[in-house]
Design a protein around this ligand. Structure first.
Ligand code: ZN
Length: 379
């Protein structure tokens, strides 16, 4: 499976294509890249090899890896310092969601004079940015879930308020993406499961969102199928490159589709992750069944169609049971308590969920009255 795509951006897809990293940087107009990734990935072979490839390609081998699992404004400030001191002219955003999101924000902020939170995804705040001052980005995903490599936003946690904020700009979309499934084979199994279910959650919430967007609808449906047919294989046989490649496609499809909207899964998962530092995709998987029950009146027919497409019998109930079995097969905890969320501040989580932009795409309107019981049913 090898392909070059130009939708939604330039994507070099196929095993071994990380070898093209230096040329991809040049294609993006980068001659002195800063590779941005998280601490866990910094010492791994796929990262050192990528740095070697950049070095051999004459582009230097600069690394910034002071990135928390939920990247925050302190990581942004530290990264910008390194970026400016090193005279860099573009970013290689490398990793799972943390490295990709922080790398994208560094390239975005490199030439801005206003503070980070001025660019939160509220109304038209993105127009405050000097678009010409945004530096180019090459994205290299090493997981298959977030889809941030084809996204126009980054999620950054405000560590003072423990809130996840979305930084949005159309030009945060990386100009070149290298999708090399070989980079994902070394993921811990729990991360394969959690990130894979994040891709599923993106497709599911986009598919269920009531907004009119038939293109996203089609992409989300096929993304659901790719996860349904390949995530177990990627989990059970980590070196199966076909399953890994299909999961990489599904991840990009999820992120492309959720322009249509997300929903209660993400609205709940964001505050839980910000306050309790849980894994984003795994948290989504844990709250998926309660949210499906909550949304049932609005999505019963729609999910019956999805079930039929996936080859699952039984309509909505069949789809619901399918998700439950998938979670069980992947070792996903049964509820948020099992995930390790202790002493939750239910009032605060409820308020944050209702303030989260994701809740606008939920097919059942979320209110103070119905969201608190929904949250309780996740424990
Ligand atoms: Zn997500």
């Amino acid at each position: 499976m090898t392909a070059n795509w130009s939708y939604p951006t330039a994507i070099r897809f196929g095993a071994g294509r990380i070898a093209e990293i230096a040329e991809a940087c040049r294609a993006a107009g980068i001659s002195r890249p800063l590779l941005v990734t998280d601490r866990g990935l910094a010492g791994m072979e796929i990262t050192t090899r990528t740095l070697d490839l950049l070095n051999e390609g004459g582009l230097g081998a600069a690394l910034f890896a002071e990135v928390d699992p939920n990247p925050n404004e302190r990581n942004v400030a530290a990264g910008l310092q390194v970026y400016r001191d090193g005279g860099h002219d573009g970013v290689v955003a490398f990793g799972g969601g943390s490295g990709l999101d922080l790398g994208k924000v560094l390239a975005f902020m490199a030439g801005q004079t206003r503070p980070l939170w001025d660019f939160e995804d509220i109304g038209d705040w993105w127009t405050r940015a000097d678009a010409a001052a945004i530096h180019p980005i090459v994205a290299v995903p090493t997981t298959a879930g977030t889809g941030s490599e084809v996204g126009r936003a980054s999620v950054i946690t405000n560590s003072e308020t423990a809130e996840k904020k979305i930084i949005f700009h159309p030009r945060i979309l990386p100009s070149v993406v290298i999708c090399d499934p070989e980079l994902t084979v070394g993921m811990p199994r729990s991360i394969t499961a959690g990130t894979g279910m994040d891709a599923f959650a993106h497709c599911l919430e986009a598919y269920c969102s009531p907004h009119y967007h038939p293109m996203s609808q089609g992409i989300a449906l096929e993304g659901l199928r790719l996860v349904a047919e390949n995530l177990r294989t990627a989990y059970d046989a980590p070196t199966n490159l076909t399953a890994r490649a299909e999961m990489m496609s599904a991840a990009m499809m999820g992120a492309t589709a959720f322009q249509k909207g997300l929903g209660a899964i993400h609205a709940i998962s964001h505050p839980i992750g910000a306050m309790h530092h849980t894994h984003h995709g795994t948290t989504n998987a844990v709250v998926m069944l309660p949210v499906l029950r909550f949304n049932r009146p609005a999505v019963e027919d729609r999910l019956a169609r999805a079930a039929a497409y996936l080859g699952v019998s039984g309509g909505f109930d069949g789809f619901y049971d399918f998700v439950g079995q998938l979670n069980a097969d992947l070792g996903i905890p049964a509820n948020l308590t099992e995930l390790g969320v202790r002493d939750p501040d239910m009032d605060r989580i409820t308020a944050s969920a209702l303030a989260d932009p994701s809740c606008g795409g939920n097919p059942v309107q979320m209110t103070a009255e119905n969201t608190r019981p929904l949250l309780e049913s996740c424990f």
